[in-house]
Design a protein around this ligand. Structure first.
Ligand code: 0X9
Ligand code: ZN
Length: 415
């Protein structure tokens, strides 16, 4: 019976044109030295190798390739003495497992009251429906507005929680990268705490202290596409004029844009033909500029467990590094106290990798938002971007603690 259900799902997937990752594998390297990183760097240019974790000193890289390309990849890694190990035997199977799990959870739906369904991952439409429900239920707290429209015409729907005028605000966005599904549940959890669960713990005080903005689906076209066509899609869905579709919205901000001179439209980090070519990135930027009460910016990504702050384009430290680091360390301590998970804290270029035109660098430098982070949530292991739905609850619990720390350290104004 189970096998029949799996087969049916697989067939349905194929019939609907869902991209098959059957036979795709993920290889993990040994822990890399500086020299190893240099050896691997040229491979970043090759679109047939999808780096799920990019090369970084002191870490292993994780790379996905199709059945044919994985042979080439493995040989190359062996030749370079990078000791490839098999991390995911068949990405197609992981994706089908995820689809089956979601279908099964949906079949036994046990959503309670007005809380968002956090047992599983939600589609774009389901997230919009929840925004409607929560705004109808809490009209005194919730304001909904569309800050723009995606390339394919979907709304960039922003939810604001506020208990009165004249306050500073913290901003969160999630799924700027389409496949990073673990992000929106953490934001939905926070919204539920600040509306439905106001009577719990410190929640009323958290809402009284400042306003909260959530752009739950920052890249709706990409997100919809991960549900309909390709689970591992990362970019937007705009036409580039080149061979491949989509721009990395987190390389499209007008700050150090395209300093690595990447004009390959097939690259996972293609920055666009020009800065702010993507309406999704432009809308965030315009809103931050128009709303100086927003003094903290948090972009929710996955995976790897990092709290990153500027800069991404240089290993030099930003002027307010002491404050950025203090708050991030405090957030990490709060995370650790929940499930014992630890996130690596530091400047993006120092602890992760160089990146140009990212949202947190732009928010910090061009909108003068003093507190500006990218948080990389858990994932990885044998599931990569497809963690089981059972990871949602522990991730929500630890992130909620971190999000409270960010809000508690909200700067009084922009410089
Ligand atoms: O590469 C990104 O855009 C982010 N990582 S992800 O795996 N979610 O794609 C990290 C951006 C942080 N900034 C820099 N690394 N410079
Ligand atoms: Zn991301």
């Amino acid at each position: 019976m189970k096998l029949a259900a799996c087969l049916l799902l697989a067939l349905l997937g194929t019939a609907l044109g869902y991209k098959s990752y059957s036979g795709y594998q993920v290889l993990k390297t040994k822990v890399l030295t500086n020299e190893d990183v240099n050896k691997l760097t040229p491979f970043l240019e090759r679109p047939e190798f999808d780096f799920w974790i990019t090369p970084r000193v002191g870490r292993s890289a994780e790379i996905m390739a199709s059945r044919e390309n994985v042979v080439i990849l493995r040989n190359n890694l062996k030749r370079l003495n990078l000791e490839p190990q098999l991390l995911i035997e068949d990405v197609g199977v992981t994706i089908e497992k995820e689809r089956a799990e979601i279908a099964q959870i949906r079949a036994q739906e046990k959503r309670e009251g007005r809380a968002p369904n956090l047992d599983t991952f939600l589609t774009f439409e389901e997230i919009l429906a929840y925004i409607d429900e929560v705004s109808a239920a809490f009209p005194d707290i919730v304001t909904v507005s569309d800050i723009g429209t995606s390339t394919e015409g979907r709304p960039l729907r922003l939810i604001k929680l506020s208990n009165g005028p004249g306050k500073n605000a913290i901003w969160f966005d999630s799924v700027l990268h389409a496949r990073e599904w673990i992000g929106p549940p953490t934001a939905l959890f926070a919204i539920n705490e600040l509306t439905e669960n106001l009577a719990n713990g410190n929640n009323q005080a958290l809402l009284d202290a400042n306003d909260w903005y959530f752009l739950l689906v920052a890249n709706p076209d990409g997100y919809a596409y991960t549900w309909s066509d390709d689970r591992l899609w990362r970019k937007t869905r705009s036409q580039t004029g080149g061979l491949c579709t989509g721009t990395d919205p987190n390389r499209n901000f007008d700050q150090f844009w395209n300093e690595d001179q990447n004009s390959n439209t097939c690259s996972a980090t293609y920055p666009g033909a020009n800065a702010f070519s993507e309406p999704e990135a432009k809308a965030i930027a315009d809103f931050l500029l128009a709303n100086p009460s927003i003094t903290a910016y948090v972009s929710i990504h996955s995976y790897g467990q990092y709290i990153l702050y500027p800069w991404g384009h240089t290993t030099e430290l930003p002027p307010t590094v002491a404050e950025l680091d203090r708050v991030a360390q405090e957030a990490n301590a709060a995370i650790e106290s929940v499930n014992g998970n630890s996130y690596t804290v530091g400047t993006a270029a120092n602890v992760l990798y160089f990146a140009y035109g990212t949202s947190h660098d732009w928010a910090y430098a061009k909108a003068n938002v003093p507190i500006s982070y990218t948080i990389e949530l858990p994932g990885g292991g044998s599931a990569g971007f497809n963690p089981p739905a059972s990871l949602i609850a522990p991730t929500n619990a630890e992130c909620w603690q971190a999000y409270q720390v960010f809000a508690a350290n909200l700067p009084a104004s922009r410089p």
